[in-house]
Design a protein around this ligand. Structure first.
Ligand SMILES: Cc1ncc(COP(=O)(O)O)c(C=O)c1O
Length: 366
């Protein structure tokens, strides 16, 4: 792979970065993957290591216990839950199922939505979040962009890479509008658990009311387990759930991911610790970044920040190259639609690492 295209890799591609830059994978401070710095919950480590022989059996094909655990965690009926091999499998299956001729994707956003829509033979219109609106979704403007022939609306909430969010009341208005045009809504809530609880970001409470809503969640980021591959979808339309279950490999969630899932959702201590760390460091980093004269930071309800470099003579790629010399890996966000050569994204790690990043950034920009 060419070095020039490395800065914009998926956050998880540590192996590629390590090969090209000659840095030991274990020594990279990864601010690019958006993964919880607390690491895999101890309860999950214990549950997996205590049951190595689980591998001799197939997982329960209906994933009953896992779905019940997710139901309890999300306050939903377990019958409305479908599990998948990471949220990625569910994004792909839902798009294949709907096969939209015309989709609208609120952008800049995670690239897999557009890839999957193109693969399924459809077309997508990108609805721009605007820098001058701090990348906050303007619901009225979006509603006027939806037409009778829009079959699918895709929103990531909170959004990757902007960190911005819309609340449940705005989502309700969009769903009411989409019900009139027969538009399905796919909401990717991969980062929702990092948001402040009082913000009411998640649309899961709306699932029962709106059958055309498919909410997707993952565990990779919040529970720090991208290698396990566990995600889930919540939807109240039985036909959609049945079709997805028919389309997917029956055991696409392996037995260790199943054991992990049954454990992690009940680990209240880990969940509280994560919320405390993310909330505290999000406030501290935001305040510090606000004081940087050469950076604009956008307010985030996720575990990462998008920033814009205000200095004319330096690009995000150059910052990436400077930071990687200190083994600090960030995401050069220049390849996202509507962003450009001055946007960076980095996630919240532990306090010490975050301070290191802030100091290195300051050094590059002053
Ligand atoms: C918005 C968003 N959705 C989905 C994914 C994929 O996550 P998973 O590991 O659950 O497939 C990512 C990964 O970066 C993401 O940022």
């Amino acid at each position: 792979m060419k070095k020039e295209s490395l800065h914009t890799l998926h956050g998880g591609d540590l192996d590629e970065i390590s090969r090209i830059y000659g840095i030991d994978k274990g020594n990279i401070l990864n601010f690019s993957g958006n993964v919880n710095p607390l690491g895999l919950p101890l309860s999950v480590k214990k549950a997996i290591t205590e049951h190595p022989d689980a591998a001799v059996n197939y997982p329960d094909v209906s994933y009953m216990e896992l779905r019940r655990a997710i139901g309890e965690y999300t306050g939903t009926d377990f019958e409305h839950i479908v599990v998948g091999n990471g949220s990625t499998e569910l994004i792909s299956l839902f798009i294949k199922l709907i096969s939209p001729k015309k989709a609208v994707i609120v952008s800049p956003a995670y690239s897999e939505y557009l890839n999957e829509i193109k693969l399924s033979g459809g077309e997508a219109e990108l609805f721009p979040l605007k820098d001058e609106e701090e990348f906050i979704l303007n619901t009225d403007r979006l509603m006027s962009a939806l037409t009778e022939d829009t079959d699918l609306l895709v929103i990531c909430n909170p959004n990757n890479p902007t960190g911005t969010y819309i609340d449940c009341d705005h989502i309700r208005r969009l769903l009411e509008r989409c019900a009139k045009t027969g538009t399905y809504v796919m909401l990717d809530e991969t980062y929702v658990e990092f948001s402040d609880r009082e913000r009411k970001v998640s649309a899961i409470p709306l699932v029962k009311e709106f059958g055309s809503l498919f909410v997707i969640r993952g565990t990779s980021k919040f529970f720090a387990c991208p290698g396990l591959r566990l995600g889930y979808g919540v939807c109240s339309d039985e036909n959609i759930l049945n079709s997805i279950n028919k389309m997917k490999d029956p055991w696409s969630v392996n037995i260790f991911a199943e054991i992990a899932g049954r454990t992690m959702f009940a680990d209240k201590e880990y969940i509280e610790k994560t919320l405390e760390l993310t909330g505290r460091e999000r406030k501290r980093m935001y305040k510090a970044l606000k004081d940087f004269k050469n950076i604009h930071v956008y307010e985030s309800q996720s575990n990462f920040f998008l920033c814009k470099i205000k200095k004319e003579d330096i690009t995000s790629t150059q910052i990436f190259e400077e930071l990687i010399k200190d083994n600090i890996l960030i995401r050069d966000a220049s390849d996202f639609p509507y962003l450009g050569s001055r946007y960076l994204r980095f996630c919240i790690l532990d306090e010490k690492s975050n301070t290191l990043l802030l100091n290195s950034l300051k050094k590059c920009l002053d």
